[in-house]
Design a protein. Structure first.
Length: 256
C-alpha cells in the first residue's frame, strides 16, 4: 500500500495553445529532483538539458493564509515572505546559497524532499527545462490524500491529460507552434524541414496515450536519475525505451 500521503498535481506547459497538460499523482516523500524526472517524462523531455524547479514561497503563503489565517491583512501576508522564491537545482549546476536581499534561495534538488517544498492544496511550483529553449511548466498542488488500498508501486501515475508534449531543441514554444502547423499542413518547406529533421512523416501534437504514459512513468524516471545524479550514459536499451522502440516491435505482455 502507499505508505505516504499522495500529492495530486495539475501541470500545464506555459504559453502554448492548445493546452498541453497533465494531472498526475506522486508520493509526497519523493525528492524535488525526482519530480523533475517525472515531469520530463510527462512532457516528452529526454534529460538532455539542465532543469530547475522554483517555488514561489511568497505567492504560496498568501494563498495559504487565506484559508489558515482568514483575518490576516493582505499586506501582512505579502510581507511574510516578501516574494521569496526557492529554487531547486542539480548539485553540479550550483552552490547552495541564500540571497534574501534578492529574494532567492537555492537548494539541492537531489536531497530536498517535495513535502518541504509544498504541502497545502493550491500551492504552486514552476518547472524550467532547457535554459536555451526555456520551457516552463506550471504546477498546482490540487489535493493531498491517503489511499491505503493503492500499492506504492503504482506511483507515480498520470490520470488525465491532453496534448503530446515538447520536441527537443525545436526552439521553444514558438518553434513548437511552427512544427505543429507544418505537420497539420503536411506540405511546404517547413513541413519538409521538420519531417527530415525528425525522421517522421507524421506527428500529431494533440495525441496523448494514457496507458503508454503510465508505462513510461514506471521505467524512465530512474534512467533520468542515472543521467543527472550518477552521470551515466544511457544504455542502448534505455535509449530504445525513451524513443518508444517497443511500439515498433512486438506488443508488451498483456496486449493484443
Amino acid at each position: 500500500m502507499a505508505s505516504h500521503p499522495i500529492y495530486q498535481f495539475y501541470a500545464e506547459l506555459d504559453d502554448y495553445k492548445p493546452k498541453i497538460w497533465r494531472r498526475f499523482q506522486v508520493s509526497e516523500n519523493i525528492t524535488v529532483a525526482r519530480l523533475g524526472y517525472i515531469l520530463q517524462v510527462l512532457f516528452e523531455m529526454t534529460a538532455n538539458h539542465l532543469m530547475s524547479i522554483e517555488v514561489p514561497k511568497g505567492e504560496n503563503f498568501v494563498e495559504y493564509s487565506k484559508t489558515k489565517y482568514p483575518n490576516m491583512p493582505r499586506e501582512i501576508a505579502n510581507e511574510c515572505y516578501d516574494n521569496l522564491i526557492w529554487r531547486y537545482e542539480m548539485p553540479d549546476d550550483f552552490e547552495p546559497y541564500d540571497d534574501l536581499n534578492g529574494n532567492v534561495r537555492v537548494d539541492d534538488a537531489t536531497t530536498s524532499k517535495l513535502r518541504y517544498a509544498v504541502s497545502e492544496p493550491g500551492e504552486k511550483l514552476n518547472f524550467n527545462y532547457d535554459f536555451g529553449d526555456d520551457w516552463w511548466v506550471s504546477l498546482t498542488l490540487e489535493k493531498v490524500f491517503e489511499d491505503k488500498d493503492l500499492p506504492g508501486r503504482e506511483l507515480p501515475r498520470v490520470i488525465d491529460g491532453e496534448g503530446f508534449g515538447i520536441v527537443e531543441d525545436v526552439g521553444g514554444v514558438g518553434g513548437l507552434e511552427d512544427l505543429s502547423k507544418a505537420f497539420k499542413k503536411k506540405k511546404g518547406a517547413d513541413y519538409k524541414r521538420f519531417s527530415e529533421w525528425l525522421g517522421v512523416e507524421d506527428l500529431d501534437m494533440a495525441t496523448f496515450d494514457l496507458d503508454d504514459m503510465n508505462y513510461r512513468l514506471k521505467k524512465i524516471p530512474r534512467i533520468y536519475k542515472q543521467c543527472y545524479e550518477n552521470e551515466l550514459t544511457p544504455t542502448q536499451q534505455s535509449i530504445d525505451l525513451i524513443e518508444r522502440e517497443y511500439l515498433r516491435k512486438k506488443p508488451r505482455r498483456g496486449e493484443n
